[in-house]
Write a protein of this length. Structure first.
Length: 366
């Protein structure tokens, strides 16, 4: 009798231990949030993808063990992108950043099949319940770079190597030209279209042709550092884009227009972690810390540096808008008024830009 009671007591204790909440199973530590990034080119020392890679590293630095990030590089837009984005979702990534315009449709397609995954379509414009969109006002930095170029040129000719004639690129060319002519009314900008985002040999050939057309300062909207390297080789001046490129062009770089994604990426990862993530559409610029102009070259006088930085503060404070006609009408390079004196373009008009401003030599294929 005693033996049976004792046995039953032990059995009851063991059962209670293993079935009670405290002992039902070992307490596992909370799994980190898995975050995936998809890059359209290889990760290089500078450029578009480098800045997004710096953004990924900023997430790691800020959130530590709470996250586990990974990236896939050199992913072509289209079918390859859809495959890679889908693979990342299937591997358990709950937040996926897709920073390339051509990733927008593949992102939306995969998102429909993974409603519990959050997607961030960077430079895309079509949101969904689990897809947010974000982009930066690159044109604000271009305007400031134009001021520097206008002060530094001796020939009054700037060259511009451009990928495709889409609104984002046109905004940059026009803002650069307006900034340049705000301090140097005689300046002109010669554009060469590549119809490529990343083709270093083609970029090099284009900028060499611009140097041969009397351009002594160049800007670009492509993905490599080829333009900067060519400027260094030819003893010309250049505006770095995406990243600081003084390592590539220590003598040629005037200033850099840099993209800063770390703050936004960290904020969005935190939102997933604390359950507050919502789809949205952000278009941030200097004010939001997503665009920054600085990293001046050694040949840029202090007075020019101070002028550019002062105008950057004006943009951040809302005192300066690149697409506002202050003193006179702004016309396109075919003579049509595109911004009447005293008027300012709204975001919808900027996003649909399909013209080149007066002072630009080049055409837009409509």
């Amino acid at each position: 009798m005693y033996k049976n009671l004792a046995g039953r007591a032990v059995l009851a204790w063991v059962t209670a231990c293993f079935l009670s909440p405290a002992f039902s199973q070992p307490q596992a530590s909370k799994e980190p949030l898995k975050i995936g990034f998809v890059y359209v080119t290889p990760v290089t020392d500078a450029g578009w993808v480098r800045q997004h890679e710096e953004g990924r590293k900023a997430v790691d630095a800020a959130l530590g063990a709470k996250v586990k990030t990974t990236f896939v590089e050199n992913v072509a837009e289209g079918a390859d992108a859809e495959r890679v984005i889908r693979d990342l979702a299937q591997q358990g990534n709950k937040l996926i950043f897709t920073p390339s315009f051509g990733y927008m449709e593949p992102t939306l397609k995969v998102a429909r099949d993974f409603p519990d995954v959050k997607f961030e379509s960077i430079t895309g414009y079509k949101p969904a319940a689990n897809v947010a969109t974000a982009n930066a006002r690159y044109y604000e930095g271009r305007y400031l770079a134009g001021i520097a170029a206008g002060r530094m040129t001796k020939t009054n000719v700037a060259g511009y190597v451009a990928g495709f004639p889409i609104p984002e690129v046109l905004q940059g060319i026009n803002a650069f030209t307006l900034g340049m002519r705000s301090v140097n009314p005689n300046a002109k900008v010669v554009v060469v279209w590549l119809n490529e985002w990343f083709d270093p040999p083609k970029e090099r050939d284009a900028v060499m042709a611009l140097f041969n057309q009397n351009a002594d300062v160049v800007a670009f909207h492509t993905g490599s550092t080829a333009v900067m390297a060519a400027a260094q080789e030819r003893g010309k001046m250049a505006i770095a884009y995406h990243s600081d490129m003084r390592k590539i062009a220590p003598d040629a770089q005037i200033v850099a227009v840099t993209h800063q994604w770390g703050g936004y990426y960290t904020q969005r990862a935190k939102a997933v972690l604390d359950g507050t993530w919502k789809s949205g559409n952000l278009w941030g610029g200097v004010k939001e810390g997503m665009i920054r102009v600085g990293d001046f070259g050694t040949k840029v006088p202090k007075a020019v540096q101070q002028e550019v930085l002062a105008r950057q503060q004006d943009i951040a404070a809302g005192k300066l808008q690149p697409f506002r006609a202050v003193a006179a009408d702004v016309r396109d390079n075919e003579g049509h008024v595109v911004i009447a004196k005293g008027a300012q373009l709204n975001d919808e008009q900027i996003l649909k830009m399909n013209w080149l401003v007066e002072g630009v030599q080049g055409r837009v294929t409509r």
